[in-house]
Design a protein around this ligand. Sequence first.
Ligand code: HEM
Length: 278
Amino acid sequence: MTLEVLAALLKWLLYGGALASAGAVFARMALGVQAGEAGTAMCRIITAGAGLATAAAVGTTLVLLTRLGGIFESGALAAVWLGPAGLAAGLQLGGGLAMLLSSIFNGRFGWSLAGAVAMLASFGISGHAASLNVPSGLIVVFHAAAAAWWLGALFILRRACIALSNVELLCLVRRFSRLAEGIIGAMVAAGVLLILALVKLPLELTPYLVALSAKIALAGAVLALAVYNRLSLTPKLASSGHAAARRALGLTIGIEIAVIAAVLAATAILTSLTSPHQ
Ligand code: HEM
């Protein structure tokens, strides 16, 4: 495996861990009361996600140092730690550890929240959008935070399909739907702004554009599943509350989570192996 492919793989694990852990923190805050036991169970997702993101951040830094000349080479060390990549890695390590320790030792929720914010802020320090200007960096942080909330809320809903009563589940699904319309809409709008900032006209079929199109197609598939849940499964849950409707909801949420993992793989390829400037 080449170092470039290893870097893309580690980026995928970083995105997965960062969005799952930070998203579980945000979604627990937004859905906490309605989520009941399903919200409390999110500790496991926060621990696993933060552990994965922290390990991936260490791996990414080691790969970057190796690519720049060697792990103990002073020039490579200075280039990484004194530049945006080092600051981003620092935020990822600090944020990951804050979430990890706070969830393992049942610490204050404020530490998890600060860790989640630091983890996502790292995407606004280093990356294609971050290297353009500060507004683009802020937009990418907002885009990733909204996507994280969506993923975290899906984990809570999936657990709720097993753990909550029909009335509690319906209440939670309705609150999720009300929030999701605005948050997911804003995430897509931020994605469009990023495209306008990163992709220059006239369009050419570059590897960047191919990877971006694959990502948007996969994101479109998750959005279609979300609309199906909202328009078809939620009314069934309300009218019958039957076990079959709960099972179908749990299944489609599981598929949504799997397709989001594929969106993140496409994003990792986009940001590690291609460039909008080529
Ligand atoms: C399930 C939905 C989505 C998820 C989980 C997701 C996730 C992410 C993440 C984590 C990043 C941060 C990359 C970084 O700077 O390190 C990102 C960047 C980006 N996203 Fe999304 N995204 C989703 C949907 C979309 C949609 C619908 C669009 C377009 C309308 C979009 C367009 C972009 C663009 C253009 C970037 C910047 C890529 C670059 O830096 O070259 N995303 N996305």
